[in-house]
Design a binder for this molecule. Structure first.
Ligand code: PHE
Length: 344
């Protein structure tokens, strides 16, 4: 078959397909069209494709191209006709539909700024090789204090500084031992213990979540807030690694090459302990506590402090979020005022 003839054959095929489609007024006709033109075995498009065999070898590329174009045209027209018939049907089906009424306006929600911050922190720390660990918000004495080198008489355990819950009976809520006091965790350092109890070193995790302290709400305090805990343990992990991780973290989060500094401090579960600040807008800004994991803590979870060392840090998520967005009152984050939340 000559190329010219083949092309004419296809042109007339698409012409009759178009005609059939424009005159189709219901689904049955559309189905008839589908069988007649697009049927996989005896459809007219298929037959046209078979004609390709009789086209001369040198004309094959051009013929193939024509065939593809025709196919596309017919399938496109078929889809259009389907869409047209569906919308007609929808109108007919719903006699109460009044197209002159104003439309409904759906208000899109936003992801809460704290959640956004958490996602970003996970992303940054993930790129530094830290995976995510989680722990319960209702904790027992052991994970919140004891294992963290905070013994019974320590002032940090004062009932005035913690939300203690009634003594656990057979609790389904937490895995605290029966008869043990429980509390809303006051720090995410609890998760350090849980991770070490269940995994051998090396460890490189972060944990993000809520913590609770009975503070009166004001511009900078709230009885619930979020922390990001970090823990890295291996042989030969040093303070230099801690400083590097904190600096890379701050640089990534704040988007410039920020300087950080560490100042001596005290936490029962780290030795030495530091307070970390970063330099931002001409000022030193505190962003959290950190230090080398205390040998007593390593021992309490059965690690050997002679071979394993590492660092831990705990940063306030609200502080990071507020600084980034110039939010000056922490309460704005938790009153769920949509006009405020819509800005993020
Ligand atoms: N848990 C401490 C706090 O809540 C922060 C911290 C975490 C300090 C890890 C040192 C190491 O203030």
């Amino acid at each position: 078959m000559a190329l010219q003839e083949f092309v004419e054959e296809l042109d007339s095929l698409s012409a009759s397909a178009h005609q059939a489609l424009t005159s189709a007024t219901n689904e049955e006709q559309l189905e008839e069209f589908r069988v007649e033109f697009l049927g996989a075995k005896n459809g007219r498009l298929k037959s046209a494709q078979k004609l390709m065999g009789s086209v001369g070898k040198e004309d094959k590329p051009a013929a193939g191209q024509k065939l593809n174009e025709t196919k596309k045209l017919i399938l496109g027209a078929f889809d259009d006709a389907k869409a047209r018939l569906l919308s007609i049907e929808a109108d007919v089906l719903d006699p109460t539909f009044d197209p002159t009424l104003p439309g409904k306006k759906y208000r899109l929600g936003r992801i809460h700024p704290i959640t956004q911050t958490i996602e970003e922190l996970k992303d940054i720390m993930g790129r530094l090789g830290f995976s995510i660990a989680e722990g319960p918000e209702i904790e027992d004495d052991w994970h919140n204090f004891e294992a963290l080198n905070i013994p019974g008489e320590h002032p940090a355990r004062d009932p005035l500084d913690n939300f203690y819950l009634s003594v656990a009976e057979k609790s389904g809520v937490s895995d605290a031992g029966v008869g043990q006091p429980t509390l809303m965790r006051s720090q995410t350092s609890t998760v350090q213990i849980r991770v070490m109890e269940n995994n051998p070193p090396p460890i490189r995790v972060i944990s993000l979540g809520r913590v609770y302290r009975p503070d009166t709400a004001d511009a900078t305090h709230y009885p619930m807030f979020h922390q990001m805990e970090g823990l890295m343990l291996d042989v030969d992990v040093t303070m230099a690694d801690l400083k590097t991780v904190l600096r890379l973290f701050a640089t990534n989060y704040l988007g410039e090459d920020v300087t950080i500094r560490i100042r001596p401090s005290f936490f029962p579960f780290t030795e030495p302990s530091v307070e970390a600040d970063y330099f931002w807008n001409g000022k030193w800004v505190e962003f959290g506590g950190a230090g080398m994991v205390d040998p007593n803590v390593l021992q309490s979870v059965g690690y050997d402090p002679e071979t394993i060392s590492g660092f831990a840090f705990g940063l306030g998520v609200e502080r990071l979020c507020m600084r980034r967005h110039s939010i000056t009152d922490i309460r704005a984050l938790f009153t769920n005022e949509t006009r405020f939340l819509h800005q993020f």
